[in-house]
Design a protein around this ligand. Structure first.
Ligand SMILES: NC(=O)c1ccc[n+]([C@@H]2O[C@H](COP(=O)([O-])OP(=O)(O)OC[C@H]3O[C@@H](n4cnc5c(N)ncnc54)[C@H](OP(=O)(O)O)[C@@H]3O)[C@@H](O)[C@H]2O)c1
Length: 430
């Protein structure tokens, strides 16, 4: 009989408790699929008295997860605490130093310290697995590293943050403003009390850092992801996007261009008919373009106990079966720093919303500024009139380099008739 795979779980919150529940519920099936049992021998969290909704009488309890990582009777340490430093990082380093495999759902930790941790794990001959860290239940890490391994990837883009997608979807469905919908999302528990990691694009940038390295084989470089969030998206932008045949999504995009790798997170308009436009609410999706496979799209739940536990267990089964591959697709020692494209070189179409005084000559001044920077207008929408009041002036711009648009908008902002900073939303996939 093959020995069981022993695991110790650090962090018993949504994901930790969910993982223990899945292993318990599907113990027989998993045992059949692995040819051995997966047994949780130890757990650690802050509060021993808290009811986790799952039975934990069999496991050894540790108050300190780092001590557990060093001392538990376990082959694998499952890090489900979270955070890019502190206990989570110490748990992973200690586990590796003690020759134990690590499974984690912690995108923040990997985005910031992934290169070092992968190096440590590979030097120690142990696995560092992280399927649950990106897009929850969607097996996108395996898709990129294994299923699509024969392809040269040219681009990937994804809805990587369920909170933002929920807010944008609800704004569209109800016509309500961003701050109103955010407050409701917080009440419902879909958004954190401090929502900035989600709505400013930081969480999506963490995930994109990981996907970009897997797709292009370069070192992880979170600092090089340029990210913008969704705070500035107005109900009016959402409505106008629909009128123009688009839907607004916060996308993480990594693509290979003649100027280098573009690695960005921003809200953008995608054509209504595209698969990504149909992904609504808390769902996540990733679209990958490979040279042999063409375009492929993966969709599913990005968070929650069930989907995330599903991904954690997939990693545990790999370890139980002895399946392993280099952490980020190629050995950590072979990963080179990426050459990143200057964001100003981004070639795309744009939506621009200006708030202007409703006076004669405004449009002429705006178009002159655009013309002077070689930006051409595709369409103009100015419907509401409020003589001497402030009205939106919306334009879509033909494909051009982003630097030209940035310069034109800087000039437009200086115009006396323009009352707020111009809002720019990139148009993707046209
Ligand atoms: N929630 C999701 O849907 C989801 C999806 C994908 C990835 N993730 C990632 O999964 C990880 C865990 O997320 P979560 O939502 O499960 O978090 P959570 O519900 O807040 O749980 C965190 C757990 O860690 C424990 N903990 C915190 N600091 C600790 C310390 N210093 N020592 C020991 N234990 C400590 C907490 O203990 P107490 O319970 O005793 O306070 C709690 O059990 C994070 O990296 C997150 O980004 C989460």
């Amino acid at each position: 009989v093959t020995k069981p795979l022993k695991i110790a779980v650090a962090g018993l919150g949504t994901v930790g408790a969910g993982t223990i529940k899945l292993l318990f519920d599907h113990a027989d099936m998993i045992s059949a699929r692995c040819g051995r049992n997966i047994v949780c021998t130890a757990v650690a969290a802050r509060n021993r008295a808290k009811d986790r909704g799952v039975s934990m009488t069999e496991q050894q309890w540790f108050d300190d997860p780092v001590t557990m990582a060093a001392q538990a009777d376990a082959d694998v340490i499952v890090e489900l605490i979270g955070g890019s430093s502190g206990a989570a990082k110490a748990v992973c380093e200690t586990a590796i130093a003690h020759g134990r495999h690590v499974v984690t759902a912690n995108k923040a930790l990997l985005a910031v310290h992934g290169n070092d941790l992968a190096r440590l794990a590979e030097d120690a001959g142990v696995t560092l697995a992280y399927e649950a860290s990106v897009a929850g239940g969607i097996p996108i890490i395996k898709a990129l590293r294994e299923g699509l391994v024969g392809n040269k990837i040219s681009a990937l883009s994804g809805i990587l943050n369920g909170t933002c997608n929920y807010i944008l979807t609800t704004m569209r469905e109800t016509g309500r403003d961003f701050s109103d919908v955010l407050a409701e999302a917080q009440q419902l528990g879909y958004a954190e009390a401090d929502p900035s990691f989600d709505i400013d694009g930081v969480d999506a940038a963490h995930k994109l850092t990981i996907l970009s390295s897997l797709a292009f084989g370069h070192k992880l470089d979170f600092a090089a992801v340029k990210s913008e969030g969704i705070r500035h998206i107005s109900a009016e932008d959402i409505r106008l996007a629909g009128e123009l045949g688009y839907r607004i999504k916060l996308l993480g995009i990594a693509r290979s261009t003649e100027h280098g790798i573009e690695q960005r997170v921003y809200p953008c308009m995608v054509p209504l008919a595209s698969p990504i436009a149909q992904v609504e609410g808390v769902f996540n999706a990733v679209e990958v373009v490979g040279d042999y496979v063409g375009r492929s799209v993966y969709e599913g739940r990005g968070a929650g106990a069930g989907p995330t536990a599903s991904a954690v267990v997939a990693d545990l089964v790999d370890i139980a079966l002895g399946r392993s591959s280099p952490t980020f697709g190629i050995p950590a020692t072979k990963m080179k720093p990426a050459v990143f494209a200057d964001p100003g070189k981004h070639l795309g179409a744009y939506y621009v919303r200006l708030m202007v005084r409703d006076k004669p000559g405004v449009l002429a001044d705006v178009t002159a500024a655009l013309r002077d920077e070689n930006v051409s207008i595709e369409s103009v929408i100015q419907r509401s009139r409020a003589p001497d009041g402030v009205v939106p002036l919306v334009m879509t711009l033909h494909e051009t380099e982003e630097a030209n648009v940035t310069r034109a908008l800087a000039r437009i902002e200086e115009l006396e008739t323009v009352t707020e900073p111009p809002r720019l939303i990139r148009i993707e996939g046209v």
